[in-house]
Design a binder for this molecule. Structure first.
Ligand SMILES: NC(=O)c1ccc[n+]([C@@H]2O[C@H](COP(=O)([O-])OP(=O)(O)OC[C@H]3O[C@@H](n4cnc5c(N)ncnc54)[C@H](O)[C@@H]3O)[C@@H](O)[C@H]2O)c1
Length: 418
């Protein structure tokens, strides 16, 4: 997304001066994709040569799109070298790494933007506008459910995301988007979290119930792949084959490990109760094996409520989206003493409900955009707050207790200031 945006849409403003990856095959493929007729292409560096990349190419900004557990190391090294950073979500996955980012930011004064694309979709911005305009009075309570379907949800159980030490689990890796939306919509920050979580679906018992005895360690070459609804056929898809199957030899990164493995460490069924500084309380549910994909959220307020529902994909049966329907987004405003009213929901084209092109515009051409009255850009502080709910939820799952976020930060000496 970032690569194509810079080379295709913002080539008059920015230039990719180098690419870096630990995998030489993917690095080579990325370099081919950047090459434009009549140019010499860009320099490429393996991960161990990242510091040399900075010395030789002198970039202004580093875009970090590695697996989550590596974000902090690259952010800190970029800051120390005098660069700003654009980082994929989540900012990082745990308190120790968060402290290194916050300390390096304070030391160097450099900036990191965390790319929360969900903030930029017109439907979500409309909710921000409704809440901030006081349409339902003071918000008091929220119910938020996010459903990952059996295609998208299953994907987190195939590769690096499946261990908490790589991704922080879905309460950090995925919910960073959702908790960021809550912080931004409510204009408040979380203070305490009580959570439960377990792996209820992606486990060997489910494979046995589906008649998948004799399954292999991965889809490629799996003896029961033909009857498995959850298989990912890397060889059948040109992009997956090129980016992953053909790159395996260099680093043994398998993109299609069995989703029913016993040694997966993340949860697929999570619930959290969150208290906010403003007094709002929120209940949150995330599942990763739903028959449909999307979200449902209700904001209760002193004057009425807002109910927002987005069905991104209908009808996922097994692991296929064969019966998928188009997007369906509704937002209903129900004021006390009136009948509920369905609002016109603005739409835009582009990935993530039209969010990505708007976000990329604000990142790569802020002067060309109208000033953002919704405050959608995120720095290390917003990035940190978006993961703190999930980090506290993980701690709460481990201990069974309510986790106080301020104490958690104090115990690690983390100070979150702009
Ligand atoms: N905002 C969104 O909606 C969204 C969507 C997808 C992914 N993401 C984020 O993008 C990031 C990447 O996800 P992905 O699905 O593309 O993962 P991926 O595994 O497909 O790609 C990661 C790349 O990083 C490379 N890499 C691994 N170790 C490295 C190292 N030490 N140094 C340099 N490069 C290294 C890998 O070789 C690979 O090319 C994650 O942080 C993820 O959360 C965000």
């Amino acid at each position: 997304m970032f690569r194509d945006s810079i080379t295709d849409d913002y080539a008059d403003k920015h230039e990719i001066v180098a690419l870096c990856d630990s995998n030489p095959h993917r690095l080579g493929e990325a370099a081919k994709a950047v090459q434009r007729p009549g140019t010499n292409g860009v320099a490429t560096y393996l991960a161990e040569d990242f510091d040399r990349l900075i010395l030789e190419q002198k970039p202004d900004t580093i875009v970090v799109t590695t697996p989550d557990f590596l974000h902090a190391d690259y952010i800190v090294r970029a800051f120390e070298a005098g660069c700003d950073v654009i980082c994929e979500k989540p900012l990082t996955i745990d308190l120790a790494r968060l402290k290194t980012i916050v300390d390096a930011q304070a030391r160097t004064g450099r900036k990191v933007q965390v790319t929360f694309n969900y903030r930029y979709s017109p439907a979500r911005t409309q909710i921000k506008e409704l809440i901030s305009s006081g349409a339902i009075g003071e918000v008091t309570a929220v119910d938020f459910r996010w459903h990952l379907d059996r295609v998208h949800g299953a994907d987190y159980f195939r590769r690096w995301h499946r261990q908490k030490e790589n991704s922080g689990g879905l309460l950090v890796h995925k919910s960073t988007h959702h908790f960021d939306l809550l912080n931004w919509w409510l204009g408040s920050l979380p203070t305490a979290v009580l959570a439960s979580g377990r792996r209820a679906f992606y486990r060997p018992e489910t494979a046995a119930a589906l008649g998948l005895e004799g399954r292999g360690p991965r889809c490629h070459g799996c003896p029961v792949a033909a009857k498995c609804d959850f298989k990912l056929d890397l060889a059948a898809d040109e992009s997956l084959r090129n980016l992953y199957l053909e790159a395996e030899g260099a680093d043994g990164y398998f993109r299609d490990l069995c989703v029913f493995d016993a040694d997966i460490g993340i949860e697929d069924t999570m619930q959290a109760h969150i208290r906010y500084a403003s007094g709002v309380t929120a209940n949150y549910t995330l599942t990763a094996y739903s028959p449909w994909e999307g979200l449902e959220i209700k904001f209760q307020g002193t004057k009425g409520d807002i109910t927002h529902r987005h069905v991104e994909v209908h009808g996922v049966f097994g692991g296929t989206r064969a019966h998928a329907d188009a997007d369906a987004v509704t937002t209903e405003l129900h004021l006390a003493g009136q009948i509920p009213r369905l609002l016109d929901v603005p739409h835009a084209s582009g990935h993530h409900g039209g969010a990505d092109p708007v976000m990329l515009g604000y990142i790569f051409d802020p002067e060309g955009m109208t000033p953002d009255r919704y405050g959608r850009a995120s720095d290390h502080v917003a990035g940190a707050w978006s993961i703190l709910t999930g980090i506290a939820a993980n701690a709460s799952i481990d201990t069974g207790s309510l986790v106080d976020i301020k104490s958690m930060l104090r115990s690690r000496g983390i100070k979150l200031e702009h």
